[in-house]
Design a protein around this ligand. Structure first.
Ligand code: MV4
Length: 512
């Protein structure tokens, strides 16, 4: 391995927005590095823009004309004298060409090499590399399927059900579950067509379908000197249509022995592609205790704070130090975790209207504070939630000495939280907290979709017409009634309506 030159960044450009841009600014400030952000017209008054040392308009609201403009962003970095670019998550974070472009232009990329991103971006190549490295994968095809006959032959030998996946896919796009041979031809055709349309690459592969597994992922860090470490797992089984809703660490089903084995597999996976910086290996964990590598996310993830809370490490600071060429120090050896952390993703969406996006102005915002509570927010009271981007507005992360304490703190934090002016998925979290299976951590990757489909986590359909405020109150009451059934507490004095009424009364001139 060639000697890596260590250098100190003086300025870093953040090619992202929202809560993650704010999160990265915090790490930069702690390292005394200037933080610059790009912003679209929709984000002119964003929290990240307000907090950054420098902010540069990059274009109109659509991502394709702003946050995805690789050349313009690298040009800007060069022009303003930024030493490196942090891509955050989403947008350009997993584009091998962008990592390559930064390299070519002499700008640091705070993430892995283009080669590592590309190797993991192709799911068939990743599978082949994992098999060669001894990392367990789900039994299935060696590479892309040549034709339907090959699919039929392989499926028959694996046994049904099987799952077809796009080689260029990930995160659930272009997948087809095939329960029996009679469904295979149609599924093969539509999977290829969807893969071709979505990714410009219609290669698909096939695996045995693992029934009712958990999604457990391992956080890794690799430095530029060849050291790779595992920071333990995150349990991310609570997803709605491939969108994570709740994440926690540690997983209640991962024993110390399993943690060692999964950690070793994740480290081997990273080594197999020459991985550096922060990355995450996703595994399916079957009820049998067998685990299988699914894919590697070659970026910082949304849910990184739960790992930070249980390890006491700052992953964004670690990313910056790694990119500066610093070796991972002894604090990263055999990292042990303490206590339990849970993150809920606060989305601007309406859980009573099929989770439709709920854009608009946040009229009032009170973020929870106090022992064991962290919130990573990209907004303030008065912020406008745009339709152009992901509806994630903030993450609420709680820590407790054990899962029970974390759950109690989550309940208390959700009580403190007020978001007015837009709808959020907070009622879903309240319903979850009232659910015994959730409280016992008895779930798998399909559990949330199953419960929502069965109507067990949300009240009945809201009616049409002008009864919205009354129905909102009724819904609030319903969610609370569910909660109080599990956890009897007096709540009347902290109703959301009371808070609003008190503020109105205090403001009203007729009362003075
Ligand atoms: C699977 C699987 C079961 N068996 N692969 C979903 C996203 C992508 N990362 C891979 N995914 C899955 N791959 C095998 N061999 C289950 C999932 C999966 C899933 C599948 C259908 C519906 C919801 C799901 C949620 C999480 C994971």
């Amino acid at each position: 391995m060639p000697a890596v030159e260590e250098r100190r960044f003086r300025k870093v450009l953040i090619a992202n927005r929202g809560e993650i841009a704010v999160r990265i600014l915090r790490a930069l400030r702690e390292l005394d590095i200037l933080g610059a952000v790009v912003y679209s017209d929709a984000d002119r008054e964003s929290l990240a823009v307000l907090q950054a040392d420098e902010a540069y308009r990059i274009g109109p609201p659509p991502s394709a004309e702003s946050y995805l403009k690789m050349e313009a962003i690298v040009d800007l970095a060069v022009e303003i004298g930024a030493d490196a670019i942090h891509p955050g998550y989403g947008f350009l974070s997993e584009r091998a060409e962008f990592s390559a472009l930064c390299r070519q232009r002499g700008v640091g990329f705070i993430g892995p090499s283009p080669e590592a991103i590309a190797a993991m971006g192709s799911k068939t190549e990743a599978r082949a590399r994992m098999i060669a490295a001894g990392v367990p994968v789900v039994p299935g095809s060696e590479g892309a399927l040549a034709d339907l006959a090959a699919a039929r032959e392989l499926a028959a030998s694996l046994g049904y059900p099987v799952i077809l996946k796009a080689s260029a896919g990930g995160g659930g796009k272009g997948m087809r579950i095939v329960r029996q041979e009679s469904e295979l031809a149609e599924a093969y055709r539509t999977a290829r067509a969807e893969a071709g349309a979505s990714f410009g690459d219609d290669a698909v592969f096939l695996e045995r379908f693992v029934a009712q597994p958990r999604h457990v992922e391992i956080q890794v860090l690799g430095d530029l000197h060849g050291k790779v470490v595992s920071l333990g797992e995150r349990e991310c089984s609570l997803q709605r249509r491939h969108q994570k809703v709740v994440e926690e660490a540690p997983s209640t089903v991962v024993t110390p022995e399993l943690r060692r084995r999964m950690g070793a597999a994740a480290v081997a996976a990273a080594r197999a592609v020459g991985y550096s910086n922060a990355g995450t290996c996703e595994f399916l964990l079957a009820g049998s205790g067998d685990f299988y590598f699914l894919e590697m996310n070659t970026r910082l993830q949304v849910e990184h704070p739960v790992t930070e809370m249980v390890t006491g490490l700052d992953l964004v600071v670690a990313q910056l130090r790694i990119a500066q060429g610093e070796p991972l120090g002894a604090e990263f050896d055999d990292v042990e975790t303490h206590g339990h952390a849970i993150e809920v993703r606060l989305y601007a969406e309406d859980p009573y209207n099929r989770f439709a996006p709920s854009p608009g102005r946040i009229e009032w915002l009170r973020l929870p504070q106090g022992p064991g509570v962290r919130n990573d927010a990209g907004v303030y009271g008065g912020s406008e939630i745009s339709i152009h981007y992901d509806p994630l507005v903030a993450k609420l992360i709680v820590w407790g000495r054990d899962r029970g304490e974390a759950l109690r703190r989550l309940g208390r934090a959700l009580d403190e939280l007020r978001v007015e002016g837009i709808r959020t998925n907070v009622p879903l979290f309240e319903a979850l907290l009232a659910n015994e299976e959730f409280r016992r951590a008895e779930f798998d990757i399909h559990w949330l979709d199953r419960k929502l489909a069965a109507g067990e986590l949300v009240p009945p359909e809201r009616g049409v017409g002008s009864d919205v405020p009354i129905l909102a109150a009724a819904i609030e009451q319903f969610a609370r009634a569910q909660r109080t059934a599990a956890q009897p507490v007096g709540v009347s004095h902290r109703e959301a309506w009371t808070g609003a009424a008190r503020r109105a009364a205090l403001r009203s001139p007729t009362w003075s």
